[in-house]
Design a protein around this ligand. Structure first.
Ligand SMILES: Nc1nc2c(ncn2[C@@H]2O[C@H](COP(=O)(O)OP(=O)(O)OP(=O)(O)O)[C@@H](O)[C@H]2O)c(=O)[nH]1
Ligand SMILES: [Mg+2]
Length: 314
């Protein structure tokens, strides 16, 4: 299907997600409802029931990595908005030639439940976007993944970072590290990705090698699906029945070598001035996928977690 061809709605979804006819309904079988998804994320405990009762791992860290303007800050704003119950843009987002985000920021998200406005057990780390003349060096990627970089540090992906700089964490704990990387990919440029941004695409692949060497799992967040699929733009509930979105998920999975079930389509709040339950659901499905992936990574560190994160009763 080419860019200009009309999108076609499949009769059955290409991924089973929620009961889109009634997203508020309690789920059946493998389908979720909006409230269940929200509850799951709000009650998320790293490794959950796999850990003994007296072991608590404080939080997981998810890194958003991608080209300038791919929608990283908007992903954070959209997820945050779901829990705030209104459009709530904390991170600056917009279109500029160079990255609008300049600081490496570890954003907490407060639970939306009225009795419990505490930070949930995950943080979303936003950073400057990759550009031809601001590609990420392997050394800097390692510093970020290993948890050496302080929150709100003005990080240039290719700049020199000295371990003597103020705030540099020389001995980060497992809870300072990155537990999952989400490669944020603009759906509108997937077809032309290798030609439009050969250096950025190559750089992403190099960074994946660094992540693999540290056993850090990767997923893809496919943003701006409303711009490739008119049926999704008209009604975001159509995303998982859109042939164009399905095809784009397949293509990006092939290019980045990441399984299709690890590619999460998302439509960020951009033009909307009010929340839309279907956009919220898509964002929460993404977040749930990210948290599962963090758990899969933490499982490799099970013994260390039990040893270091046991809460002793006094
Ligand atoms: N239509 C549409 N626009 C989006 C979507 N996500 C992001 N945008 C727009 O894309 C532009 C870039 O978004 P940002 O969130 O600032 O992207 P970024 O990756 O953080 O960019 P830098 O920080 O500059 O690297 C903004 O104008 C957003 O409103 C989406 O899902 N759909
Ligand atoms: Mg940004």
């Amino acid at each position: 299907m080419s860019e200009n061809e009309k999108d076609v709605l499949r009769e059955t979804p290409w991924r089973t997600t929620v009961n889109w006819n009634n997203p508020f309904e309690t789920s059946v079988e493998s389908q979720y409802s909006l409230e269940e998804l929200k509850d799951d994320c709000e009650n998320y405990e790293p490794l959950g029931e796999l850990l003994p009762g007296d072991v608590h791992f404080p939080k997981v860290n998810i890194l958003l990595l991608g080209r300038v303007g791919s929608g990283k800050s908007s992903v954070f704003n959209t997820i945050n908005s779901c829990f705030r119950g209104k459009i709530f843009n904390v991170a600056r987002s917009g279109s500029t030639k160079h990255s609008l985000t300049t600081k490496f920021t570890k954003y907490p998200i407060l639970s939306g439940r009225s009795t419990l406005r505490l930070p949930m057990k995950f943080r979303i780390c936003d950073m400057r976007g990759l550009e031809d003349d601001h590609l990420m060096s392997k050394e800097n990627m390692r510093f970020i993944l290993e948890g050496n970089i302080p929150d709100r540090y003005p990080l240039d992906p290719c700049g020199h970072i000295s371990s003597d700089m103020p705030g540099f964490k020389k001995n980060p704990g497992l809870d300072d590290k990155i537990h999952c990387v989400a490669i944020v990919q603009d759906a509108t440029i997937v077809d032309a990705m290798a030609d439009l941004n050969p250096e950025v695409t190559k750089n992403k692949k190099e960074m994946q090698t660094v992540m693999n060497s540290l056993d850090i799992p990767q997923v893809v967040i496919l943003t701006k699906i409303d711009s490739i699929s008119d049926v999704t733009e008209d009604d975001p509930a159509n995303a998982f029945r859109s042939q164009k979105v399905e095809r784009c998920v397949g293509k990006v999975s092939e290019i980045l070598g990441i399984n299709r079930n690890m590619v999460f389509p998302m439509m960020n709040y951009e033009a909307e001035d009010q929340l839309n339950p279907s956009i919220d659901i898509m964002s929460l499905l993404t977040l749930k996928g990210l948290l599962n992936t963090c758990d899969a990574h933490l499982f490799h560190h099970y013994d260390e977690i039990v040893e270091r994160y046991t809460v002793t009763q006094s």
